[in-house]
Design a protein around this ligand. Structure first.
Ligand code: CP3
Length: 362
């Protein structure tokens, strides 16, 4: 089965998909990055021990974990319970996810011979559990399912550094000393992301998000030269699937125009850039997603409500998908997120995307 750009999806009339397409909706849609996970007691009680990669590989468990926040919060979209490292893990690169740390790589990428450890992904054969989870979900879900992949730069940073990094020294060393090899690595990772996204959408997902979480480590010039080409390739392929594309990173205030130009209907914004400022940095018609500071829901409702109202005001009541500026923090009280969803929904219907936006300057 292949994705058909013209095929109508079952959730085309939903607030989330309509807003991603720049149409008005009955309310501002809201979902949370990392909504499935550690802040939910019902997650902790079924998650079991062992690495998250093992939980992802159990379709019944992954289906239930994906559904939990939809039931609890009433969010307008589900995001597949998986990880950005799933495809590289599945082709046998040798990745694990250490609790409280993140992705760790036993033998980091060092030279050209390591490209052989990144063969193409055959999603049906290598990640049958992802395909099965998506198929289970779309049968049961009342809201659209967001497929996702890690952007080549962010995945490459883990493969090169071997673990989460603050400086990205190995990553920047490769890009600035062997640009040809860097681009070959990025191209392999783009193909893995494309194969993964295609299988998720072919199995019924309604939108895609490309997570370039750590792109903000790059200057605009380096982003444009070293990260954007491969992300554009992924987003172009996702565009052929006919679903809305969301492009997200953290500390990307200086990159928002480039991230929109990479080929996305929706650009995710972290809490450092107010949405009205972000609006002036992306082309007219771009939808923004974000951007409440995730520390505020973790601080309680009194801290959350006024900040959420400010996000809604700056979002402008149109062309805005409400989200946090990054993932839900584990210490967040689920009740605060429940109230937040109700509060966003009560803020009223949205208007069509305004057409009079400033052209990007970047
Ligand atoms: O958003 C969701 O609820 C869906 C599931 C999801 C997970 N990871 C599950 C997960 C998504 C969309 C991701 C993407 C992901 N994974 C990103 C991009 C998003 C972002 O946060 O910027 C990144 C950078 C990763 C890599 C990764 N995986 C990290 C940094 C960690 C945290 C390590 C830790 O324990 O603090 C993980 C593990 C992980 N992925 C957890 C979850 C729920 C927590 C560990 C667990 O429950 O076992």
């Amino acid at each position: 089965m292949t994705g058909s750009p013209a095929a109508p999806g079952p959730h085309d009339r939903s607030a989330f998909i309509r807003t991603c397409r720049g149409e008005h909706a009955e309310h501002t849609p809201v979902w949370f990055m990392r909504q499935a996970g550690r802040s939910l007691p019902e997650y902790r009680s079924i998650r079991g021990t062992g690495t998250i990669l093992r939980a992802i590989a159990d379709p019944d468990l992954a289906t239930e974990i994906t559904l939990q926040p939809v039931r609890r919060y009433g969010v307008d979209a589900a995001i597949l319970y998986s990880d950005i490292m799933t495809p590289v893990h599945a082709v046998g690169f040798g990745v694990d996810i250490a609790p409280g740390v993140g992705p760790v790589v036993e033998h980091p990428f060092r030279d050209r011979s390591d490209l052989d450890r990144l063969r193409p992904l055959d999603a049906e054969a290598d990640t049958p559990y992802v395909v099965e989870t998506v198929r289970n979900l779309v049968r049961d879900l009342p809201v659209p399912l967001i497929a996702f992949a890690g952007a080549p730069f962010t995945v490459a940073s883990y493969l090169l550094e071997g673990r989460p990094s603050r400086t990205y020294v190995a990553t920047k060393a490769l890009m600035h000393t062997d640009e040809a090899l860097w681009h070959e690595l990025m191209d392999r990772l783009a193909d893995l992301a494309i194969a993964s996204l295609r299988s998720q959408v072919d199995s019924g997902a309604s939108a895609v998000q490309l997570f370039d979480s750590w792109a903000g480590a790059l200057s605009p010039a380096d982003y444009e030269r070293f990260a954007l080409p491969a992300s554009s390739k992924v987003l172009a392929a996702a565009g052929e699937l006919g679903v809305p594309r969301i492009h997200f990173g953290v500390t990307t205030g200086e990159l928002l125009g480039l991230m929109a130009a990479a080929g996305a209907e929706v650009v995710g914004v972290d809490w450092r850039t107010p949405l009205d400022a972000a609006r002036t940095r992306v082309p007219a018609g771009t939808v923004l997603q974000g951007n409440l500071d995730p520390a505020l829901p973790a601080a309680g409702w009194a801290a959350t409500e006024p900040a959420a109202d400010d996000v809604l005001r700056r979002g402008g009541g149109a062309a805005h998908v409400f989200n946090l500026g990054h993932g839900v923090l584990p210490e967040t009280d689920p009740e605060v997120l429940e109230r937040l969803v109700a509060h966003v929904h009560a803020s009223g219907p949205t208007a069509p995307a305004p057409q009079d936006r400033t052209e990007p300057t970047g």
